[in-house]
Write a protein that binds this ligand. Structure first.
Ligand SMILES: NC(=O)c1ccc[n+]([C@@H]2O[C@H](COP(=O)([O-])OP(=O)(O)OC[C@H]3O[C@@H](n4cnc5c(N)ncnc54)[C@H](OP(=O)(O)O)[C@@H]3O)[C@@H](O)[C@H]2O)c1
Length: 221
């Protein structure tokens, strides 16, 4: 039976790819969006819920009955330096609390390499790495079955991904290198299908020089 997978930030460049991968897997995506979010043409027909993350009742209604949530929200570049705190810390915490209230057990969060670091150039944007770690901690302290995916620098490349291997590691093992958003989206889906990923922070970067392996195999090493 197809599962219903909610994706928040589904208008984002990683989020829409997660939704595409959900469709590809034969499951039903439910897109959680802001009022004015733009959804790519190919996802127009999907179930859509437009809301503010701070509106607990609307968030609860949007998550009602889903089998899992992939959190792909993230502060967009802005001159408002409070945005990372509001989206990457509070926004994630609001989603975690809502999952607890409505009984959505399984959550995958797209975070970032170096989450939790104070000294990092990316923190010039409102201490974003510090707030991302706070978002992760909200999940870790929850009663949910969670996985944190920490990707390296994200790229839009879609070509030759089948031969590209992923370097998987635990927390705070990698601090550079990149990965295409498509592979991040596939990892989110793979995490949902990999019980060993529950309760894990998984850092991912990719390279054509690496042999592709399953997430379960990487976690077993
Ligand atoms: N860029 C990188 O190299 C990099 C590296 C590692 C990790 N990451 C992280 O990976 C994740 C995905 O990145 P991305 O570049 O693919 O994302 P993106 O294209 O910037 O999309 C961000 C998504 O978050 C939503 N969002 C922003 N503020 C929101 C709010 N207040 N309430 C609800 N939704 C909100 C956006 O909605 P709208 O469309 O309505 O704006 C959009 O759907 C982010 O958490 C990002 O920080 C990025």
């Amino acid at each position: 039976m197809p599962r219903t997978i909610a994706i928040s930030g589904a208008s984002g460049k990683t989020g829409y790819r997660v939704a595409e991968e959900v469709l590809q897997a034969g499951d039903q995506p439910r897109l959680l969006l802001q009022e004015h979010s733009l959804v790519p043409e190919q996802l127009q027909g999907c179930d859509q819920h437009r809301l503010r993350l701070g509106d607990a009742a609307a968030l609860d209604a949007a998550l009602q009955g889903v089998d899992a949530l992939v959190i792909a929200t993230g502060a967009r570049p802005s001159i408002d330096l409070t945005t990372p705190l509001r989206v990457d810390a509070w926004g994630v915490e609001q989603q975690v609390r809502s999952c607890e209230r409505v009984g959505v057990q399984r959550v995958v969060l797209v975070s970032s390499l170096c989450a939790g670091r104070w000294l990092h150039p990316l923190n010039l944007f409102g201490l974003i790495l510090v707030w991302k770690r706070l978002g992760e901690q909200a999940l870790e302290r929850s009663r949910l079955e969670w996985t944190v995916i920490r990707p390296g620098g994200l790229s839009e490349r879609e070509e030759q991904l089948e031969q590209e291997g992923i370097r998987y590691s635990g927390a705070d093992q990698q601090d550079s290198a990149s990965i295409p958003r498509r592979l991040v989206a596939r990892c989110c889906l793979e995490a949902l299908n990999t019980p060993a990923s529950i309760g894990q922070i998984i850092e991912i970067t990719s390279s054509c020089d690496l042999e592709p392996i399953a997430m379960a195999q990487a976690l077993a090493r």
